[in-house]
Design a protein around this ligand. Structure first.
Ligand code: TIU
Length: 226
């Protein structure tokens, strides 16, 4: 059985179904100074540091013909899909919808909401705009996964304990076998990233598995050869 060397134990790769890569929210809002991430008081350099690794993972998965999904956190321009609670708490020196350095903060279609050019989707990849932290909430992600016979999800992106972990938990409850790629995810708080890695793989993989990009690509190669 082809597998990825992972924690807490081997992540077996499927034979009769598909694997998808989901890259969460690698958008300017969270990665560039002047966006939503920085407006909330965070140092975005911690998030930017993973870009080369995410690119390597993305290109490796493209080479294996995996289904690729990118998500993008953002709201309609009238903010009708943004709960008052998020509007009230999602404010630092700028709030959601305010004009920022790259257009209106966290609004779909604004320059700041774009996936960074290094990781931009290519034709055939699916971009999922999402109003929440989890990628299943109020999106058609699950329909798209079912249509592609996907049962296994490799998850990367930012931030580990917010949108990445929320998505992984949503997926786990829907029956997907989820692996979080350790060096292709980042938090503005390194200790929160570490805690997330440990909590998802604790209790015999209560939420899923973790592995490095090298381990993932090596396992996928053996899967492809089978
Ligand atoms: N603030 C923070 O850590 N994250 C978010 O608001 N969104 C995502 O994690 N993408």
């Amino acid at each position: 059985m082809p597998s990825i060397a992972a924690q807490p134990y081997e992540y077996e790769l499927p034979i009769e179904s598909e694997i998808a890569l989901i890259v969460i929210d690698m958008q300017r809002d969270f990665l560039e100074p002047g966006g939503f991430g920085e407006a909330l008081g965070n140092d975005v350099e911690l998030a930017t540091a993973i870009v080369p690794t995410v690119k390597r993972l993305l290109e490796g998965c493209r080479a294996m013909n995996l289904s690729i999904f990118h998500t993008q956190e953002g709201h309609r321009s009238d903010l009708s899909d943004c709960p008052q609670s998020k509007l009230k708490r999602g404010r630092g020196n700028l709030a959601i919808g305010d004009p920022g350095k790259f257009g209106r903060i966290l609004v779909l279609g604004e320059p700041g909401n774009e996936i960074i050019p290094e990781l931009a989707p290519i034709p055939g990849e699916v971009l999922i705009p999402k109003p929440g932290k989890g990628a299943f909430y109020s999106t058609d992600l699950e329909v798209q996964l079912i249509a592609r016979n996907v049962t296994h999800l490799l998850i990367a992106g930012v931030t580990t304990e917010v949108c990445v972990q929320t998505t992984m938990r949503e997926a786990n409850d829907r029956g997907y076998e989820c692996l979080l790629v350790e060096d292709a995810t980042a938090s503005y708080f390194p200790e929160f990233k570490q805690a997330t890695l440990e909590m998802v793989r604790a209790q015999s993989g209560i939420v899923g598995w973790t592995a490095t990009t090298d381990q993932v690509l090596e396992g996928l190669r053996s899967w492809k050869e089978n």
